[in-house]
Design a protein around this ligand. Structure first.
Ligand code: ATP
Length: 455
């Protein structure tokens, strides 16, 4: 019997507790009571996260001939955020409860009322506090950008913002990258980096954080070809998630209604995943038109155009922006790979992670701590370490150690037993099938490579 992601039975709590117990994700500064919307990735979490980022970079930079990478700074000249529209419009409507003092996003509450999941509505359709039924304040717009100061003086002139998206670093470098790489349209830039938003209601574990990581592409195209490229990117990005093993029934693409569009967008699609709280955004793929390049031209005085040799004209390219969240992808991957099954009367929990994402690829397990098994087991471990992320575990029974590796998604275990001392062979045990095969140590790397292709 297996439990599927998206089933009501698989609760967020199950994953939160597995993540903490096994070292995927911890609450930030937990010993001081934590800080809302901030999380730390533990020893296994940092591996999974790096593997997600590596898979993305491989698909969008390494394997394509039309995209180059960038790593821009987090703090930028504050005029960037005036030009981008974030200073004026990057805000959510906030309401406070006059009774219990809790704070909510007004648009969230309206959505919950429309979906029929919010009971506290007074006569005349007045929405009341979902926690205590108290009276709510009028909505006030709350800007989501974190502020800080650059240099020793804390005043208006030294105010800077922690970037709420990585995108603007790419627009601001449009001319630098174009000149340095002599690219022709269409071409793109890709960037992975931290972004910060002072969300009014962070929550759902790592789904909505105040510090998170984005994987963004700005893909510059000739105006008029933008709609076609938009379709290309929606398809390419959907396929990327499927290629990582996310199940098709848990993934959908939704086109936003006009009234849902951001201030810069002509059209946007979302790739959504079926989380326990319902279909939620993993990635937004927006047609940002020429909005950003024109605004930066206007505010900086620098011409951000492309010289089109065909027509002999300077044009302002349109931009298609696939913008994904690393943390949300991490959460979706965990949900989608989580399985419970009963094996010989016992519960087996396993993460059926794609081998390229698994934090540990191979676990090296001596059958026991018997002193004769230690040298050959250590030798096998040394043999494998240059090739893959490995783990050595010699505590408790072999059955328990297999279960521990299953629970963190390790695709292969290699067991060294007393026969190894005679025949120089070891056992490979596969995570999903639990099949075991005996292979000579001399051919072990090859045998594992077959089971871990392109990893
Ligand atoms: P939402 O509607 O959920 O607030 P958004 O539409 O504001 O998200 P975008 O501005 O399109 O999000 O950001 C692109 C991607 O960055 C999102 O698809 C998501 O994966 C990620 N992201 C945005 N905000 C957060 C957050 N607070 N925590 C974690 N990831 C986020």
């Amino acid at each position: 019997m297996s439990e599927k992601a998206g089933d009501a039975r698989l609760e967020m709590e199950t994953l939160v507790s597995l993540s903490k117990r096994r070292g995927f994700v911890f609450q930030s500064s937990e010993i001081y009571g934590g800080l809302g919307g901030f999380w730390d990735y533990g020893p296994l979490g940092v591996e999974l996260k790096n593997n997600i980022k590596r898979a993305w970079w491989k698909a969008v930079v390494q394997e394509r001939d039309d995209i180059v990478g960038l790593d821009a700074s987090i703090l930028m000249n504050p005029r960037v955020w005036v030009a981008s529209g974030h200073v004026d419009t990057f805000a959510d409507p906030m309401v406070d409860c006059r009774e219990c003092k809790k704070r909510f996003r007004a648009d969230d509450l309206q959505g919950r009322v429309a979906a029929g999941v919010h009971g506290h509505v007074a006569e005349g359709g007045v929405i009341r506090c979902p926690e205590c039924g108290g009276e709510l304040t009028e909505p006030r717009m709350f800007n989501l950008m974190f502020k800080t100061f650059v240099g020793p003086v804390e005043d208006q002139a030294s105010t800077a913002y922690l970037r709420p998206e990585t995108a603007q670093g790419m627009f601001a470098n449009f001319d630098n990258v174009l000149t340095a790489t002599r690219r022709k349209l269409p071409f793109g830039m890709a960037q992975i980096g931290k972004a910060f938003r002072n969300e009014i209601t962070p929550g759902n574990f790592i789904f909505r954080d105040r510090e998170f990581e984005q994987m963004e592409i700005e893909y510059f195209v000739k105006p008029g070809t933008d709609e076609e490229w938009h379709q290309h990117w929606v398809e390419a990005r959907r396929n990327w998630y499927l290629g990582l093993g996310i199940r098709e029934e848990n993934l959908r693409v939704r086109r936003l209604d006009k009234d849902e569009l951001a201030h810069y967008a002509k059209d946007t699609y979302e790739v959504e995943y079926l989380f326990p709280m319902g279909w939620s955004e993993l990635e937004g793929i927006a047609n940002r038109t020429d909005f950003d390049l024109r605004r930066h031209t206007e505010f900086s005085g620098r011409q951000l155009t492309y010289y089109d040799e065909g027509s002999g004209e300077h044009i302002v390219p349109y931009v298609i922006e696939p913008s994904a969240g690393v943390d949300r992808c991490f959460l979706a991957v965990l949900f989608d790979s989580y399985h419970e099954e009963t094996v010989r009367g016992e519960k087996r929990v396993l993460l059926r992670l794609h081998p390229s994402l698994a934090p540990v690829k191979v676990a090296v397990l001596p059958l026991s701590r018997h002193e004769s098994l230690v040298p050959p087991a250590r030798k096998v471990w040394e043999l494998l370490r240059p090739h893959w992320m490995t783990q050595y575990d010699d505590s408790q029974s072999i059955g328990r150690r297999y279960r521990r590796q299953d629970e963190v998604g390790t695709p292969c275990c290699v067991t060294i037993d007393f026969d190894t001392l005679e025949d120089q062979a070891v056992t490979i045990r596969e995570r999903d099938s639990m099949d075991q095969v005996r292979v000579p140590t001399a051919g072990l790397v090859e045998a594992l490579r077959e089971r871990l292709p392109n990893v």
